[in-house]
Design a protein around this ligand. Structure first.
Ligand code: HXC
Length: 257
């Protein structure tokens, strides 16, 4: 399929999805949402793809949901169209995803980054949930995912005041896994994605599922879930390959899907 607001490139087993609405700082209107979801779901179905990188421009990963599009809407518009619910499908992809964030990741932009599995930031990244300054609250999971990522103290301050965090603060707070110089961000994100895509695809999916379960359940249930998946990986040929390669002192060659 072809898209107008996202660019999709395939690099071996890695796919790069770039938000491409530069004049609006990648503001997330319905078209962007539908195209990001459609493009990533298409990649998710492709057995040749083992990891998806989502990025924006140097100035803006995404400056939020599209304020101009939302401004005239009524409660009924929002409710009946179930506004933003399609974004949940991005978080439900089975293929691991990497957000490569440079510049503004505000409101829906921050929420979009948090929907991804690995979050890498450039030293120019700015994160925040400034919706309160517009008279609204986060609507793509920000109040929940930011709180789980950085804890109540910072999440509450950011959501109540609209204050933003720079990349260093976001890293200290645990929102991002690493900060790299802006010029190196994409290369680093693609390298991380290539590493993930080189692993056993079903085992990477299981690892993703297990980590995500931590956000949905109690510790005891989460550990039980992990244990069942751990047992299940012994039914995947890649377990024999990975452990065999270690013992034989050679690199493993994992099958994929
Ligand atoms: C629509 C946006 C936009 C947005 C920027 N633009 N952000 N359009 N929705 N979220 C547009 C501007 O209107 C402008 O277009 C162009 O992009 C460039 O933006 P400027 O403001 O001129 O750029 P700059 O001065 O560099 O400031 C950058 C910025 C600022 C600090 C990021 O644009 C900004 O504060 N944006 C809004 C950030 C925000 O509040 N995000 C949360 C959105 S609500 P024109 O054509 O006018 O020149 C959200 C909630 C989701 O995400 C769920 C709740 C409902």
């Amino acid at each position: 399929m072809t898209y107008e607001t996202v660019l999709v490139e395939r690099k071996g087993r890695t796919a790069l999805v770039t938000l491409n609405r530069p004049k609006a700082l990648n503001a997330l209107n319905l078209q962007v949402m539908n195209e990001v979801v459609a493009a990533t779901e298409e990649l998710d179905r492709d057995p040749g793809i083992g990891c998806i990188v989502l990025t924006g421009s140097e100035k803006a990963f995404a400056a939020g949901a599209d304020i101009k599009e939302m401004r005239p809407r009524s409660y009924m518009d929002m409710y009946l169209t179930d506004w933003f619910t399609a974004w949940d499908r991005l978080g439900a992809l089975r293929t691991p995803t990497v957000a490569a964030v440079s510049g503004y990741a505000l409101g829906g932009g921050c929420e979009l980054a948090m929907l991804c599995d690995i979050l890498l930031a450039s030293d120019t990244a700015v994160f925040g949930q400034p919706e309160i300054k517009l008279g609204v609250i986060p609507g793509i999971g920000g109040s929940q995912r930011l709180t789980r990522a950085v804890g109540k103290a910072k999440a509450m301050e950011l959501c109540l005041t609209g204050r933003t965090m720079d990349a260093a603060e976001a890293e200290r707070a645990g929102l991002v896994s690493r900060v790299v110089p802006a010029a190196e961000l994409l290369g680093e994100a693609l390298a991380v994605a290539e590493t993930v895509a080189g692993m056993s695809a079903p085992v990477a999916m299981m690892a993703k599922e297990a980590v995500n379960r931590a956000f949905e359940t109690t510790l005891a249930e989460g550990v039980r879930f992990e244990r069942r998946l751990f047992h299940a990986v012994f039914a995947v040929a890649d377990q024999k390959e990975g452990m065999g390669a270690f013992v034989e002192k050679r690199p493993p060659v994992f099958g994929h899907r």
